[in-house]
Design a protein around this ligand. Structure first.
Ligand code: CA
Length: 512
């Protein structure tokens, strides 16, 4: 393969090396530039001499300032850069971009499960909501029995999932920020993939009592019905098997109702797709994330909902984001979420730079600014039409900013609460991430990863760097795959192997 470098914007003074294994000193790039030293794959090379203290531009954004003079053809690594300060949250452009009207995308459908509240599931799952971690072992035991002994009689039910978590007791439940984990759990139990069949297992003495988790009106109950709760400390339970029998008996009517449901043809506008990235490298922002961004635009043009998240990776692009908001109110809601998160990090004596990992840096990402610019391209180009605080459920369509930490499992958990029925996840370093609650489509940033992890990665966006496919090609492929996976016609690799990460709640409130 010939030496290949990729520049993201005409104004950039660096490009990244695309070749597997990097390039040795003396390699000559497409434009005739000779490398002065070895540059690893995904790492930056200076295209022109960069004087001390001048900006290193990638995506036409200063990702750092040179700590010394850097000759053309050098490896521009993190030790040569001084990171810019975070953009102030004052005087941001609010809804100043006037984007061209979106061309509607009509005629795309999938086969989904229509719910009473109007939402649509992509899977038909019995979820067992729990109020506290104490019951997790018992619920797991019951779930195993239900799957082995009952599920074979209900062939139209895809799975039984215990919604176990670390919250519920030993927490400052009246602290203002406790609203975040509580509404997260509440809204996850209302996820479209669970068909409105809510059943709860409670211990009895925990702080998060069932009526606090799911107060009257928070879920739709059949007329005259009460919240379906199995309480393990109830005097009626003599011995462990009594608890298991009660959970199994409680599951029966829910399984019967779920099993009676059938998929029906619904418009693509019923998709609620959460996008995020994890284990990023310098190709994330070149291949996989731009392809996801293209698909995000297709989703929004089709009338669907796309959720993008990961506050510490959006923070450095806040001025682009507020400019892209549909209204000053939406822009201000984004600023509110950023300010809340700045204060949250400050409480822990950290800032957004705590985001980057050793793997990110080994993959060529020098700092959070560079990572952020590659991360936000997942949101495509359409206007931002709404903002959700952590754990809130989406009530409108279009491109929404669902404020979450960038942590993969916490972001996924919060996007489940937002009502996502399909998850798209890009990775460059590689992660086997999966969720039991929704299908997770994984997109590899490089062909080498897609080849090595051939039975874990669903889409190879590395073909963009190889020059074999365009961003639009992979974006369309992903869009069609989303419709196939949502319809149950195709399973993702994470579903095939049943790779399920735990629900991990975002709890900024104190533990007692
Ligand atoms: Ca992430």
């Amino acid at each position: 393969m010939n030496p290949l470098s990729i520049r993201m914007h005409d104004a950039d003074n660096v490009a990244i090396v695309a070749n597997d294994g990097g390039l040795p000193a003396g390699s000559v790039l497409q434009d005739g530039l000779k490398l002065l030293e070895k540059v690893p794959q995904g790492h930056k090379v200076s295209l022109v001499p960069i004087a001390k203290d001048t900006a290193v531009l990638r995506y036409n954004v200063p990702i750092g300032y040179a700590l010394k003079d850097i000759p053309a053809g050098s490896w521009v690594h993190e030790r040569l850069l001084h990171m810019p300060a975070a953009r102030s949250l004052d005087n941001l452009p609010l809804a100043t971009q006037q984007p061209a009207p979106l061309e509607p995308l009509a005629g795309y459908t999938f086969e989904g499960y229509r719910n009473a509240d109007g939402s649509v599931g992509t899977r038909n799952i019995l979820a067992i909501t729990t109020t506290v971690q104490c019951v997790a072992g018992v619920v797991e035991f019951a779930v195993k029995r239900i799957k082995a002994e009952m599920l074979p009689r209900f062939p139209h039910v895809d799975d039984v999932v215990g919604l176990e978590h670390s919250y519920g007791c030993g927490v400052a439940i009246d602290a203002p920020d406790a609203i975040i984990p509580i509404r997260t759990l509440r809204n996850i139990s209302r996820n479209p993939n669970f068909g409105g069949e809510v059943m709860v297992v409670s211990l009895g003495c925990e702080k998060l009592q069932p009526e606090r988790l799911l107060p009257p009106g928070s879920i739709e109950l059949k007329a005259g019905a009460e919240l379906d709760v199995v309480c393990l400390q109830a005097p009626a339970h003599v011995g462990f098997m009594s608890m298991i029998d009660a959970i199994m008996a409680s599951a029966l009517p829910h399984l019967e109702r779920l099993n009676a449901r059938r998929r029906e043809t619904v418009p693509a506008s019923e998709l609620v797709v959460g996008v995020q990235c994890g284990g990023s490298d310098a190709f994330s922002g070149v291949t996989a994330n731009p392809a996801v961004g293209f698909a995000t635009d297709l989703l929004v043009r089709a009338g669907a909902t796309a959720l993008f998240s990961e506050t510490t990776e959006v923070r450095d692009a806040i001025d682009q984001m507020t400019a892209r908001a549909v209204s000053p109110e939406v822009a201000q809601a984004m600023v509110r979420e950023m300010a809340w998160y700045d204060a949250y990090l400050q409480r822990g004596s950290a800032d957004r730079s705590a985001n980057t990992t050793p793997g990110n840096k080994a993959g060529g990402l020098s700092n959070i600014v560079e990572k952020a610019m590659g991360s936000i391209v997942k949101s495509g180009t359409v206007p931002i039409s709404g903002v959700l605080s952590p754990g809130e459920k989406a009530s409108s369509k279009g491109l929404l900013y669902a404020a979450t930490p960038a942590s993969d499992f916490i972001c996924g958990t919060l996007q489940l609460a937002a009502g996502m029925n399909l998850h798209v996840f890009t990775t460059g370093r590689g992660t086997p991430y999966g969720l039991a609650e929704v299908p997770v489509i994984k997109v590899a940033t490089r062909t080498e990863l897609a080849t090595r992890w051939h039975d874990l990665m669903d889409v190879n966006a590395g073909r963009i760097a190889d020059g074999e496919a365009s961003i639009a090609d992979v974006g369309w492929e992903l869009f069609h795959l989303m419709l196939d996976v949502a319809s149950g016609r195709k399973k993702t690799w994470a579903e095939h192997w049943e790779l399920h990460n735990a629900l991990v709640l975002f709890n900024p409130a104190p533990i007692t």
